[in-house]
Design a protein around this ligand. Structure first.
Ligand code: MLT
Length: 278
């Protein structure tokens, strides 16, 4: 069980690097084959604590805060999924990582797909968790703009309250209040300007539904059976189109399935990593 102390400790151990003019905060743990994990919105890389703790004994895990989120600064330039992917590859360059397993949850998955599209030669395998390949609908874009304006005018509290019931299952919300508190705190600590920029970046993201049939690396797709934001059918679509992909549905989990069901999520990750050719 992850405690408040574990989370404070995670944040206090963040390193910093100047990446494309942004002060990027990140954490590295373990040694061996690199695995890069990209967080969702409106979170930060501490959402991966359980995965870092479980994987660090076998691989080198890199968990950056994406631009404008967590402890990473917001650029004055454009914020897009592609810019976040370029930040990630620039951080890998700085750390001497040529190729990695690249994975992300939700928005982190959108960045992961942009990353593969831009830098396929840097990807050994993909992990797509609680995410989707489709772009937004017009209505989805309008809602994101409303949410961006709300974050800027009212701060993160109303955003966090509205999102929480979609991020965690009813059972987790009522039986594990410490998980709900952790997820809420992660969202309310987010810089509203970074959150607004991320929403606008997601609204403008490319559609990858056709492109994903060109993915040539091993791909693990994970989704919570009760995820209302990126439902199981979105993962099934990716599974159909990404040749040879594996689909793991986590029963009873909602959108942040890695936090709700860390043991099952980690064992799916470990099994997948063990299956990769050296
Ligand atoms: C996320 O968890 O990253 C976001 O909820 C994804 C989205 O809004 O599409």
């Amino acid at each position: 069980m992850i405690s408040g102390d574990n989370i404070r400790d995670y944040h206090s151990r963040m390193k910093r690097a100047d990446v494309r003019g942004i002060e990027t905060a990140f954490q590295e743990a373990g040694t061996g084959a690199p695995v890069v994990l990209l967080h969702g919105y409106p979170f930060n890389s501490s959402m991966w604590i359980e995965q870092v703790e479980s994987l660090r004994a076998r691989v080198r895990v890199l968990t950056p805060d994406l631009r404008g989120l967590g402890q990473s600064t917001l650029s004055s330039g454009p914020v897009t999924m592609e810019e976040m992917a370029k930040d990630t590859v620039a951080l890998m360059d700085k750390l001497g990582i040529e190729r990695a397993v690249v994975g992300g949850l939700s928005m982190g998955g959108y960045v992961t797909l942009a990353f593969y599209r831009l830098f396929p030669e840097r990807v050994r395998a993909l992990i797509l968790a609680d995410t989707r390949a489709q772009a937004d609908t017009e209505e989805g874009r309008r809602t994101r703009e409303e949410q961006a304006l709300k974050a800027l005018s009212e701060g993160m509290n109303p955003i966090a309250e509205a999102m929480l019931p979609k991020l965690l299952s009813q059972a987790t919300l009522s039986e594990q209040p410490e998980i709900a508190a952790r997820v809420r705190e992660m969202m309310t600590a987010t810089n509203p300007a970074g959150a607004a920029a991320a929403q606008r970046a997601m609204a403008g993201r490319q559609d990858h539904t056709d492109f994903i049939s060109q993915i040539l690396v091993p791909t693990l797709i994970i989704v919570g059976s009760e995820d209302p934001i990126t439902p199981v059918k979105d993962s099934e679509l990716m599974h159909e189109r990404v040749r040879g992909s594996r689909l793991h549905v986590i029963d009873g989990a909602a959108h942040v399935s890695n936090i709700e069901r860390p043991v099952e999520f980690n064992s799916a990750l470990e099994e997948f990593l063990d299956s990769l050719q050296p």
